[in-house]
Design a protein around this ligand. Structure first.
Ligand SMILES: Cc1ncc(C[n+]2csc(CCOP(=O)(O)OP(=O)(O)O)c2C)c(N)n1
Ligand SMILES: [Mg+2]
Length: 318
């Protein structure tokens, strides 16, 4: 039986893989085997999955330190991701970058960064390169609502619109930059309202519907490939279930109410898709994915740490 052929199966496989991988990270984290801070995407996975399922393999993505979902949705190597978190030489950044620096060039995952906003101009530069080469691949640039506060965000929007670049900007608006609420940082809660003035098509999806995200992306990506449509901006309202960084809940901090998160948990896209999927197929997907996750953690545990020479390699250009 082949799995992963229908859209529901593809959604379920990807959502389930991301959720379960991060749940394992939550379990293992207290043991200190993971040597890197982790910014979990639990609850937000549907944004990456909805967008990336509408892409081709040769399309390119850039993202942020909250990048597990994007990396895995774009089929980044799981063994290399978990090894990276463990600080092992077999990691995707040779264990020197950790969770915030995921990369898998073969899969079009060009990088994530700890510094807010930094991959936005890199994505724009990549899109300019594609346009010069007359390639029909497109770039998707993922970032949070906090990145909108950075000067480089606005420079990048302007330049991408000016040059009509083949790029989709995806803002994962979880309404918080660490513990700072969006309307304490912005005059309006609607980011699209501001971005449209740069001269690009904008769309805001507020209810977390993965199908709306997928359908919108599919349509605009085709237009970006075929015509000189220029950049497009997609704002997806979402919710981070866990603390800003780390494996725990954070309601005791008092900066947000539990009810805010409860609404999103009740609207969980993973559960929704599970109910739409054929039960037998869903169970098969679950068992295959569980095996892959166990294999990746075993691989990371068994592999070597650095020897003294290797630890100084790749740090400076000779
Ligand atoms: C240039 C820069 N300024 C400040 C920080 C500290 N910082 C780390 S995460 C973060 C919040 C970013 O929020 P957002 O872009 O909404 O992403 P989210 O964590 O919600 O996914 C800040 C301010 C940083 N890493 N880089
Ligand atoms: Mg945010």
């Amino acid at each position: 039986m082949t799995i992963g052929s229908t859209l529901i199966e593809r959604f379920y496989r990807s959502l389930y893989l991301i959720r379960r991988t991060e749940e394992e990270i939550v379990k293992i984290y207290p043991t200190d085997k993971i040597k890197s801070p982790v910014h979990l995407s639990i609850g937000q996975e549907f944004v990456s999955v909805g967008v990336i399922e509408a892409l081709r393999c040769d399309d390119i993505v850039f993202g942020t330190y909250r990048g597990h979902a994007m990396y895995l949705a774009k089929t980044g190597n799981l063994r290399k991701m978990i090894s990276e978190l463990y600080g092992k030489i077999t990691g995707c950044s040779k264990g020197k970058g950790g969770s915030m620096h995921l990369v898998d060039v073969d899969k079009g995952v060009m990088g994530t960064s700890a510094i807010v906003g930094t991959t936005i101009p890199l994505s724009v530069g990549y899109a300019l390169g594609l346009k010069y080469k007359k390639s029909d691949s497109v770039v998707v640039s993922f970032f949070g609502d906090g990145a909108v506060d950075e000067g480089v965000f606005h420079e990048s929007m302007n330049f991408a619109a000016l040059k009509k670049l083949p790029i989709l900007f995806v803002c994962e608006n979880n309404k918080y930059a660490i513990h700072s609420y969006h309307i304490n940082r912005h005059d309006s809660d609607n980011i699209c309202e501001r971005v449209k003035h740069y001269g690009m098509q904008v769309e805001r999806i507020e209810d977390g519907d993965i199908f709306k995200i997928y359908n919108f992306t599919k349509n605009v990506i085709d237009s970006l490939r075929e015509r000189d449509l220029g950049p497009v901006f997609l704002e997806c309202v979402t919710c981070r279930w866990k603390e800003h960084v780390g494996p725990n809940d954070d309601f005791h901090l008092g900066y947000r109410d539990k009810e805010e998160v409860e609404w999103w948990k009740a609207n969980d896209q993973l559960n929704k898709i599970r109910m739409m999927a054929d039960d037998k197929t869903a169970k098969l997907i679950e068992s295959v994915v569980e095996h892959e996750i166990a294999d990746a953690f075993n691989f990371a545990e068994e592999n070597t740490v650095y020897n003294e020479k290797e630890i100084y390699e790749d740090l400076f250009k000779e």
